[in-house]
Design a protein around this ligand. Structure first.
Ligand SMILES: *Cc1c(COP(=O)(O)O)cnc(C)c1O
Length: 377
C-alpha cells in the first residue's frame, strides 16, 4: 500500500481511514451478494438496506424525530441553490438571504435568475466577507431565510444560528454538517454537498421538514421537485449508490467510533484551538477571519508575503501535508480540518509551521509586514 498523507483539502476531503478500509474489505463481495455495491441493483434488498440505514443514522445523529425527510439528490450543493427558491418560494412573499461569501452569493444569484423577490437582509461584503453579521432584522413576511453556516473559502462560521421567528431557516451546511449538534426545529431545509464532511462527491444530503413539501409547485420538472425524492426514498431514478453507501459508513463511524456529535464537536474544538492558538501567538502567521467568526472547519491564514506562502505550501507537501493552499479566489493558506482529520494531523501541522517560522522569520522585509497589516481585525 502507498503512503497516506495528512489531508487538509477543502473538498473533496479526508475520509476516515477505517471507512476506506471497510470499503476495501467488502468491495468485491458486498454482504454476500457476490457483487460490489457498485454492481448491485439499486432496487435490491442490499441497496435498500444501505439507503435506509443512511437515512436512519442521519435522523439519529441530528435528532430529526418524525418531522423531516432525509434525501439524497445529485447535482451537489449547487443544484440546491436553484431548487430552494423554485420549490420553497411562496407566491407574493420575498425570499431572504444573508450573504457571507462566495457560496451565499451563488445561492442568491440562482434565486435572482428565477426572478424571485430576493432581499439580502445582511451581508459581510463590506469587509471582504471576513466576519459573520450580527445586526439584522428578520422580516416575518419572508418565504424563508437562507444562510451559509460555514464559509469554506473565507474561513468564517456561525457560532450560533440566526433567530428567525416563524420564518423557516434554510441552510447550506456543506462544510460543517455533522461537525456539531444543533437544534433542527427552526429549519425548513438543510443541505450539504457530501464531499466536504460526510462522503465523496456526487450527491447532496437534503433534510427537509415535511410541511415544506406543501409548497412545492406542480409546474416544475419532476427531477427538480423535492416531493419526487421524498415520495420515492430518493430513488425516482438511479441514485449515487457508491456515495450513499460511503456516506452511510461515515455516519456509522460518527455513531459507533466517535460516539455522536457532542463528542465530534469537542474534538473539532480541540483541533481548531491548537491551530488558532499557535497562529495567534506566532507573530508570523496571521488569521484572516474576525476573532468571533472563526471557522472550526476551514482555518484561513497568511504568511508575511505571497512568496513565503507559495513556499509554505510546497514545503508542507514535501512533509506529506497536502491541501494547504487557499482558495484560488482569495489566495493565502487554508487548513481544512473536517471531522476525519485527526488531532495528530493538526499537531504535525503546527510543528511544521513552527519550524517554518523559525527558518523564515529573520528574512521578513518591512514591506512584507505591511502586507500582513491588511489582515488585522
Ligand atoms: C463546496 C461548497 C458548495 C458547492 O458544493 P457542490 O457540491 O460542488 O455544488 C456550496 N456551499 C458550500 C458552503 C461549499 O463549501
Amino acid at each position: 500500500m502507498g503512503k497516506r498523507i495528512h489531508n487538509f483539502n477543502a473538498g473533496p476531503a479526508a475520509l476516515p481511514l477505517s471507512v476506506l478500509e471497510e470499503i476495501q474489505e467488502e468491495l468485491l463481495d458486498f454482504k454476500g451478494s457476490g457483487m460490489s455495491v457498485m454492481e448491485v441493483s439499486h432496487r435490491s434488498k442490499w441497496f435498500d438496506n444501505v439507503i435506509n440505514e443512511a437515512v436512519e443514522r442521519t435522523g439519529r445523529l441530528l435528532n430529526l424525530g418524525d418531522d423531516f425527510h432525509v434525501l439524497f439528490i445529485q447535482g451537489g450543493a449547487s443544484l440546491q441553490f436553484c431548487m430552494i427558491p423554485m420549490n420553497l418560494g411562496l407566491e407574493g412573499k420575498p425570499v431572504d438571504y444573508i450573504n457571507t461569501g462566495t457560496w451565499s452569493t451563488k445561492a442568491i444569484k440562482e434565486a435572482d435568475i428565477q426572478k424571485k423577490d430576493v432581499r439580502v437582509i445582511a451581508s459581510s461584503e463590506d469587509k471582504g466577507f471576513s466576519y459573520i453579521p450580527k445586526d439584522f432584522k428578520v422580516d416575518e413576511d419572508a418565504s424563508y431565510l437562507h444562510f451559509t453556516s460555514n464559509n469554506t473559502i473565507k474561513g468564517t462560521q456561525w457560532a450560533e444560528f440566526p433567530g428567525s421567528g416563524k420564518v423557516p431557516l434554510v441552510c447550506d451546511m456543506s462544510s460543517d454538517i455533522m461537525s456539531r449538534p444543533f437544534d433542527v426545529r427552526p429549519f425548513g431545509l438543510i443541505y450539504a454537498g457530501a464531499q466536504k464532511n460526510i462522503g465523496p462527491a456526487g450527491t447532496a444530503l437534503v433534510i427537509i421538514r415535511k410541511d415544506m413539501l406543501k409548497r412545492v409547485p406542480d409546474d416544475i420538472p419532476t427531477m427538480l421537485r423535492y416531493t419526487t425524492f421524498a415520495e420515492k426514498n430518493s430513488m425516482f431514478n438511479t441514485p449515487a449508490c457508491l456515495v450513499i453507501y460511503t456516506t452511510n459508513l461515515v455516519m456509522k463511524w460518527l455513531e459507533e467510533t466517535v460516539g455522536g456529535l457532542e463528542k465530534m464537536e469537542r474534538i473539532n474544538k480541540e483541533k481548531a484551538a491548537i491551530l488558532y492558538d499557535f497562529i495567534d501567538k506566532s507573530g508570523f502567521y496571521q488569521g484572516t477571519a474576525a476573532g468571533d467568526s472563526r471557522s472550526l472547519m476551514n482555518l484561513t491564514f497568511r504568511l508575511p508575503s505571497e512568496d513565503l506562502e507559495k513556499k509554505f505550501v510546497e514545503e508542507a507537501m514535501k512533509e506529506d501535508m497536502g491541501g494547504l493552499k487557499g482558495h484560488r479566489s482569495v489566495g493565502g493558506c487554508r487548513a481544512s480540518i473536517y471531522n476525519a482529520t485527526g488531532v495528530d494531523a493538526v499537531k504535525d501541522l503546527v510543528a511544521f509551521m513552527a519550524l517554518k517560522r523559525k527558518k523564515d522569520k529573520g528574512n521578513i522585509k518591512k514591506s512584507q509586514s505591511d502586507f500582513l497589516r491588511g489582515y488585522q481585525f
